[in-house]
Write a protein that binds this ligand. Structure first.
Ligand code: NAD
Length: 315
């Protein structure tokens, strides 16, 4: 990344993107920007995540191209000529200081408020004053995230769906303190990578997860109480309601740890007991059965299926 500079939409220099967290969302978000020609730096302090990041990025690029071709869909943006071009556009680091020159940082760290607070405070020191901080948080109010920085006017929520490269809409969360220019620049950047923005107000869980997390928790409760087995719970949603994927499969795709953490954030911010995670969900997470990424959650996942991003859902 070059010197710090402010990039307006339409300027020829593609904005330098920082991504914090090389997990499910971080690698997907990095892919979206890299495929559209942005230089991207991904930061993750966990050695395993950093080491496996490039392979997961390559798999994601291959899978997205395969699925777009299969579906006859045009790529969201003018694609780079080779998968290698997009992987070359991404560099990896264990240090947040590697984001010093980023114009736009997408925070994709685990859904734990104290961790996000620590990261944002450090980013505030490291990044130039014009840099925009976007968070991929599922549930933490953007106002709260902005309060950890000296730039609440440059704080915004960009709630990408999962898998990010295959989902064309982003829930953009505008807090009262978010400046008009921050919203404009964010929407323009997202448009440049082929994403539509749905702008919503700031609240715990926004629109998506205020509703979805309750449903996932209740689906796990129904399963735990023995009302139906997992397949039947999911089939009810698919066959009776026409949903493309049932809630238990969706929870496995999101990651049961992320679902649990999201429910705890919602419980904390709303005080509403309906968000207390059900015992079955808590038990699976404690056992390490965190869903597709771990090889098992409500369902088992053979390795091949884990890598596949063919089944798509949000989170
Ligand atoms: P994940 O567990 O797959 O990845 C989190 C990554 O953050 C891991 O690689 C971990 O090593 C890394 N990390 C841990 N501590 C860190 C630190 N101090 N600095 C930087 N990185 C650190 O989680 P995820 O599913 O990618 O979720 C990331 C965020 O996106 C969460 O806020 C989550 O709620 C949100 N989100 C998740 C989904 C989904 O479907 N999984 C969808 C939308 C939004």
């Amino acid at each position: 990344m070059g010197e710090h500079q402010q990039t307006e939409p339409g300027e020829p220099v593609p904005a330098a993107i920082g991504v914090v967290g090389a997990g499910t969302m971080g690698v997907g978000v990095a892919q979206c920007f890299a495929e559209a020609g942005h230089p991207v730096v991904v930061v993750d302090p966990v050695p395993d995540a950093l080491e496996s990041g490039p392979d997961r990025l390559r798999d994601g690029i291959r899978m997205a191209r395969l699925l777009r071709r299969r579906d006859g869909a045009a790529p969201p943006t003018a694609p780079l000529a080779r998968a290698g071009d997009a992987t070359d556009a991404v560099t990896w680091s264990a240090e947040l200081s590697a984001l010093a020159a980023a114009h736009f940082v997408v925070e994709c760290a685990p859904e734990k408020e104290p961790l996000k607070a620590k990261i944002l405070r450090e980013l505030d020191e490291v990044c130039g004053p014009a840099a925009i901080f976007a968070s991929c948080t599922s549930c933490v109010p953007v106002t709260r995230l902005g309060s950890f920085t000296e730039r609440p006017d440059r704080m915004i929520g960009t709630h990408f769906m999962n898998p990010a490269p295959l989902k064309d809409t982003v829930e953009v969360v505008r807090a009262p303190a978010t400046a008009d220019a921050t919203l404009r620049r964010t929407v323009a950047l997202l448009e440049g990578i082929g994403k539509r923005s749905l702008v919503v107000g700031d609240a715990p869980g926004f629109v998506t997860n205020r509703v979805l997390m309750l449903t996932l928790n209740e689906a796990a409760t129904v399963l735990g109480e023995g009302t139906a087995d997992a397949e039947t719970v999911d089939r009810v949603f698919q066959d009776c309601f026409g949903h493309p994927m049932g809630p238990l499969h969706t929870a496995d795709l999101i990651g049961l740890d992320t679902v649990l953490d999201s429910l705890l954030v919602l419980l904390d911010h709303t005080g509403d007991e309906r968000f207390r995670p059900c015992p079955l969900l808590a038990r699976l997470v404690a056992e390490g059965s965190t869903g597709r990424k771990a090889g098992g959650g409500f369902y088992p996942y053979p390795k091949l299926q884990r890598v596949s991003q063919g089944e798509t859902r949000h989170g």
